[in-house]
Design a protein around this ligand. Sequence first.
Ligand SMILES: NC(=O)c1ccc[n+]([C@@H]2O[C@H](COP(=O)([O-])OP(=O)(O)OC[C@H]3O[C@@H](n4cnc5c(N)ncnc54)[C@H](O)[C@@H]3O)[C@@H](O)[C@H]2O)c1
Length: 266
Amino acid sequence: MTAGATEEQTLNPKTSKDVRAVLVTGGASGIGRAAAIAWAREGCSVLVADVDDRGGAETVEAIEKLGSRACYQRANVADERECEFLVERAVRHFGRLDVAFNNAGIAGPSAYVSKYPAADWRRVISVNLLGVFNSMQPQLRLFESQGSGAIINTASVIAFRGVAGASAYSAAKHGVIGLTKSAALEYGRMGIRINAICPGYIETPLVVGPDAAIPDRMLADKIHRTGARRLGKPEEVAALVLWLASSSASYVNGAAIAIDGGFLAS
Ligand SMILES: NC(=O)c1ccc[n+]([C@@H]2O[C@H](COP(=O)([O-])OP(=O)(O)OC[C@H]3O[C@@H](n4cnc5c(N)ncnc54)[C@H](O)[C@@H]3O)[C@@H](O)[C@H]2O)c1
C-alpha cells in the first residue's frame, strides 16, 4: 500500500500489486486462514501468526502449494513482546511489511455479568482488544517510518449490539472499533489506513462444530434473522479484507464495515 495511490491504481479495481507482504494474526483457522490463502493467491508473502501451531503449519502448507511464500510464527497477541517480534520477523523474512490483519480472537464463556468469571473476562479483553492494541503498536511504528501501510482489525456485528451472556466479547469488539477510529485519525495523514471489519455469523470453528461458542438453536435463530438466510463463508470475508488492504480502498479510513448478509439490517 503506497502513501498516495496513483490515479491508475485507484481506477483499477483489481490491483493489489502494491501489497506484497502481509501479517495475519489468527491465521491458523477460519477467517484468518482464508485471508492468508487469498493473499497468497495474489502472490503475496504471508506471515501466519497464531497460538495453534498445527493449524498454522497447515495454512503455510496450503500457501506453499500455491507457490507463494509463507512462514508461521507462534505468537500470543495478548503478549506485547510477541507482537513486536512478529513485525521484526516479517521484515527479516520478507524484507518488508505492507499490511497487517489483526484478526485473532476468542469467544469466552457465556455468563451474565454478575456471574462472569473475572479471569475469563480479562482473558477475552486481553486477546480481543488488548491483542489488537499490542499488534498495532509495532506495526504503526514500522508503517510510520516507511510512510505507508494498511491495518485491518477484526471486530464483529457484536461491536454494535449487546449480547446477553457475552459482555466481555461485546465490550472488546466495541473497543476495537474505538481503537480503529482513533488510530485512523492519528495516522491517516501519514499515508496509513486503519479499518475494521464487522463479520456477522461466519462458518468457522468459532461458530460451527464441536468447539463452537454458539449453541445450535441460537445459531439457527441468528441465521433466520440474517437476510441471506445462511452463514457467511470465510472466503467472503477474506475478499473484503483484501479489498480494504488494496489501493482500490485508498479513501477508506477509520471505517467499521459490516459483512453480515444483512444481519444488522434486521
Ligand atoms: N466466525 C464468526 O462468525 C465471527 C463473527 C464476528 C467476528 N469474528 C471474529 O473473527 C476473528 C476470527 O475468528 P474465526 O471465526 O475465524 O475463528 P477461529 O477460531 O476459526 O480463528 C481464530 C484464530 O485465532 C487464534 N487465536 C486465539 N487466541 C489467540 C491468541 N491469544 N493469539 C494468537 N492467536 C489466537 C485461534 O487459535 C484461531 O486460529 C475473531 O476475532 C472473531 O472474534 C468471527
